[in-house]
Design a protein around this ligand. Structure first.
Ligand SMILES: [Mg+2]
Length: 240
């Protein structure tokens, strides 16, 4: 064996007081019932209804959040309207979102072990809150940090939302862990100085998350739940 062994999940979680959790993926599949391409399509249609025909190139964009970013870059005067329309569509989507296995157990385990949970997501806060309320999960979440309205630049890979979350609970990066399922999550974590656990929930994601600096990769949220339950409550802080 050469080089230091990778830290175990238990070692990674031991000093963690605050769990920052991405939403789409780790908590639920937002667009399981109302597919993302349909949401992107409806966003274009609603802008067109408002008298804002969308450029040809936008028609092939199937990721509504990528479309929002593109609108902000290419037609900044439409950003506020597009963001509002998309937030409404995301809220509709969360009504048929599919819960991620063990996500509610994770929230409960975090709180039971003395850790706070904050949602850090590129989705709209109102959509996230709607889902948490509908699934009786709001009580486990200290705060929700969705993208800033009318400011898609706040979205990950920007560290903005992670900074917002840490500021809200007066936390140092070393006291936090971020759990996300996308390369941009790991990049945002890096930029904020927070270690990121990669959630590889689909084929190919392990490779992508390994290529960036995810501190460890899990394929089930149940793996994290098990470690937190076995670890009991957080011990004396070992970080400054
Ligand atoms: Mg995600």
């Amino acid at each position: 064996m050469t080089g230091p062994a990778a830290p175990s999940l238990a070692e990674i979680l031991a000093p963690v007081k605050h769990v920052l959790l991405d939403f789409d993926g780790p908590v639920c599949s937002v667009f399981a019932g109302l597919p993302a391409p349909e949401v992107a399509h409806r966003l274009r249609v609603e802008l067109a209804v408002e008298g804002q025909p969308t450029p040809l190139g936008w028609e092939t964009e199937t990721d509504p959040l990528a479309l929002l970013r593109r609108i902000a870059d290419e037609r900044p005067h439409l950003t506020a309207e597009a963001d509002t329309i998309l937030a409404t569509l995301e809220t509709e989507a969360t009504r048929s979102a599919r819960p991620t296995p063990y996500a509610s157990s994770l929230l409960q385990a975090c709180v039971n072990s003395g850790r706070s949970v904050q949602i850090v997501s590129n989705n709209a806060s109102q959509a996230i809150q709607q889902y948490l309320n509908a699934h009786q999960l709001s009580g486990y979440v200290t705060a929700v940090f969705g993208r800033h309205p009318n400011a898609p630049t706040s979205m990950k890979p920007s560290p903005q939302l992670l900074h917002d979350a840490m500021t809200a609970v007066v936390a140092q990066p070393a006291e936090c862990i971020f759990i996300g399922d996308a390369v941009r999550d790991v990049q945002a974590g890096d930029a904020a100085g927070v270690r990121t656990i990669g959630y590889a929930n689909k084929p190919g994601k392990r490779e992508k998350l390994s290529a960036v600096s995810a501190v460890v990769i899990v394929e089930s949220m149940g793996e994290i739940v098990k470690v937190i339950k076995n670890g009991g409550s957080i011990g004396p802080a070992s970080v400054q």
